[in-house]
Design a protein around this ligand. Structure first.
Ligand code: SF4
Ligand code: SF4
Length: 559
């Protein structure tokens, strides 16, 4: 299989959404949709998201369908996956790149798409969210906010590629993708019962009016400040500056994590020494805040980025990896409390680091807004966990947005439970000889729920559930292999649906791709040949899957 994702054209996405909705009552496998309470919402950078929660820049905001899945489950704030000058095939990401058994680790960083592809995914998602909000009655057309994320240095951000992205997201009407989405929807208005021409006409081309700065670990303060001032002064964007947890200081970080039992996390004093120092951060933040105020723009911090550790236990193939999830929580909150105290609550804070359904109300109650999540959504339940988080936040719309340092300090001491007794890495090993014949003994669906890209799908074949892998959407992140109940690697071993013969030939997975005339290109037992459901020499379970996909789930064969 290929570790490259293939974005789905807008009309095919629409066919998928509408087809699955009518036939299964679900969208990308999600059945339970979150409806925002009437009138919900809180002002934020000129927008009014209906909930204070959403996915952080990462795997959940990379493809259009990921953003749709998040929205359906209750997300209303989307920090779009980071773009930078290095993109597409020029960007090397070791695979697997995600491990989220307990605390999260990753070695993925910015979007694996090209920058124009990423822009197009965000435009497609923007349209689809407007359609679904109205058509399914899930919320207001202006009830969600997209926030860009850019990195990693000023020269890259000023490059024509990234600059074009920033301008396109401020005014997407100048993009071909925006025109295509509008045209497709105009032509397909008859497919909707509630979404009408006036709703289509009201979709704003101003997809983003804000940006989060993501800098590399070790980025000099002058560079960070230069980027911030450029985005404020030249791009006129509301701004969040993502800070690293290293602001807590090496000794404090070690002490906090050791006290909780995370003694196995290895990180070096040197990476703290090379990062922005707290003493430099505060005056810098004051200067940026002052300039933003002069320009009438919003400025806040995003706390925090991931935490750089060493992959001593073979967590992922890279030596240097980035930790997230619950041990990040006490570090991020400690930084938040310190900055909150120094600014007297006057510096807004967006939060990311170990949030979940149990603690999100407390985080929000302490003045953090919004709260974004990633690691939690990579665990069983996946996007569905956003629903409980959104529900936990209901009624807190009037909670303040001035961070309360005392409350944050108290939370930092209480919210992260102890490390596991046995912190061994449990990922299912990458199989030497994938077992492609074995269907799941019980189709538990966990691999579908944990996949941010919706690249594993449970379908019904002759009255029985069957797990299929969808090649075009998978980037081999490896997350589903961590959670498979049968200790398999679903993305390598499950019967795979390819959308083209070329994609099948690019892979070693067993599976099939559509050919003209209702036939398929089949790989089975390592051999590739033309085949069809009527061929008696094709295994019966494969024939049944071909028929089911062709007749009942045709959107999986999008062109
Ligand atoms: S199918 Fe598995 S490996 Fe592929 S993107 Fe989804 S979780 Fe990652
Ligand atoms: S592949 Fe594994 S996780 Fe997926 S449905 Fe089968 S047993 Fe469950």
């Amino acid at each position: 299989m290929s570790d490259r994702m293939h974005p789905i054209p807008f009309e095919a996405l629409l066919d998928w959404v509408l087809g699955e909705l009518r036939a299964e009552g679900s969208v990308f496998g999600i059945k339970k949709f979150y409806r925002a309470p009437e009138g919900a919402g809180q002002p934020w950078m000129g927008r009014r998201p209906e909930t204070a929660v959403g996915p952080a820049a990462g795997p959940h905001t990379q493809l259009a369908q990921n953003i749709v899945a998040g929205y359906l489950c209750g997300a209303r704030v989307f920090e779009l996956k980071t773009v930078q000058i290095l993109d597409g095939e020029d960007l090397t990401v070791s695979k697997p790149c995600i491990l989220a058994e307990d605390e999260g680790y990753n070695c993925e960083w910015s979007t694996e798409l090209t920058v124009p592809q990423a822009r197009d995914e965000y435009v497609k998602a923007w349209f689809l969210l407007h359609v679904l909000a109205k058509e399914l009655g899930l919320g207001r057309a202006d009830g969600f906010a997209f926030n860009m994320s850019v990195g990693y240095d000023l020269a890259g951000i000023q490059s024509p590629k990234v600059d074009g992205f920033l301008e396109d997201m401020k005014n997407a009407a100048r993009t071909e993708q925006f025109r295509e989405c509008a045209e497709v929807l105009r032509r397909r208005l008859g497919d909707f019962t509630r979404f009408g021409p006036e709703d289509l006409a009201a979709i704003s081309p101003n997809i983003c009016n804000s940006v989060t700065i993501s800098t590399m670990h070790g980025c000099p303060p002058s560079e960070t400040e230069g980027i911030a001032l450029y985005l404020l002064e030249q791009k006129r964007l509301n701004l969040l500056l993502k800070c690293n947890p290293t602001l807590v200081g090496y000794d404090d970080a070690r002490r906090i994590l050791d006290a909780l039992g995370f003694t196995y996390l290895r990180f070096e004093r040197e990476s703290f020494d090379h990062d922005l120092q707290y003493a430099d951060a505060i005056p810098m933040l004051r200067r940026i805040r002052g300039r933003a105020a002069e320009l009438g723009l919003y400025f806040g911090v995003k706390l925090t980025n991931t935490f750089h550790v060493k992959a001593d236990r073979g967590e992922l193939p890279d030596e240097n990896i980035y930790m997230s999830g619950r041990p990040l929580l006490p570090l991020s909150l400690r930084v938040a409390a310190r900055i909150g105290r120094d600014f007297g609550g006057a510096l807004p804070m967006s939060y990311c680091g170990g949030a979940d359904a149990k603690n999100i109300a407390a985080l929000r109650g302490a003045g953090l807004f919004p709260v974004t999540v990633c690691t939690e959504l990579l665990k069983p339940g996946g996007y569905g966990k956003l629903t409980a988080m959104a529900a936990a936040l209901e009624g807190l719309e009037t909670a303040g947005t001035a961070p309360d340092a005392d409350a944050l300090d108290a939370l930092s001491k209480s919210l992260c439970g102890p490390a596991r007794d046995d912190p061994a890495v449990r990922r299912a090993p990458r199989p030497e000889a994938p077992d492609v014949r074995a269907d799941c003994r019980v189709v538990c669906g966990v691999c579908a729920s944990v996949c941010s890209n919706r690249a594993n799908a449970v379908i019904t074949v002759e009255g029985r559930k069957r797990m299929l892998h969808l090649d075009g959407l998978c980037n081999e992140c490896g997350n589903c292999a961590s959670f498979c109940a049968e200790k398999r690697a679903p993305y390598l071993e499950k019967l795979t649906v390819f959308t083209s013969a070329e994609a099948l030939n690019d892979s070693r997975n067993a599976g099939f791709a559509p050919l003209p005339g209702g036939r398929f290109l089949l790989r089975w037992d390592g051999a590739v040949r033309e085949a069809g459901p009527e061929d008696a020499d094709v295994p019966v379970e494969v024939r049944a899957a071909m028929v089911a996909v062709r007749d009942r789930y045709p959107w999986l064969l999008y062109d």
